[in-house]
Design a protein around this ligand. Structure first.
Ligand SMILES: [Zn+2]
Length: 73
């Protein structure tokens, strides 16, 4: 259900407050979708604002896949 009138105005006020507080998505630093760590020079992120994976999680995923492949053969 779309917000209208006063409810919409209140939602927008809260949204602007969250942006000022730095808790809204628009101002959030990109983080890994898997471990929630922020990207840095030591922890590169691959992806975008919606979905990203860090090199730590890529390493874990590769190891996990290798394990699964080995178990299968
Ligand atoms: Zn990660």
């Amino acid at each position: 259900m779309a917000l209208t009138g006063q409810a919409k105005a209140e939602y927008q006020r809260q949204y602007m407050r969250r942006i000022r507080n730095g808790s809204a998505k628009a101002t959030k630093r990109p983080t890994c979708s898997f471990c929630a760590e922020a990207g840095s020079l030591e922890r590169l992120l691959v992806g975008d604002q919606t979905c990203a994976i860090c090199e730590e999680c890529v390493t874990l995923a590769v190891a996990r896949i290798a394990e699964a492949r080995q178990a299968r053969s």
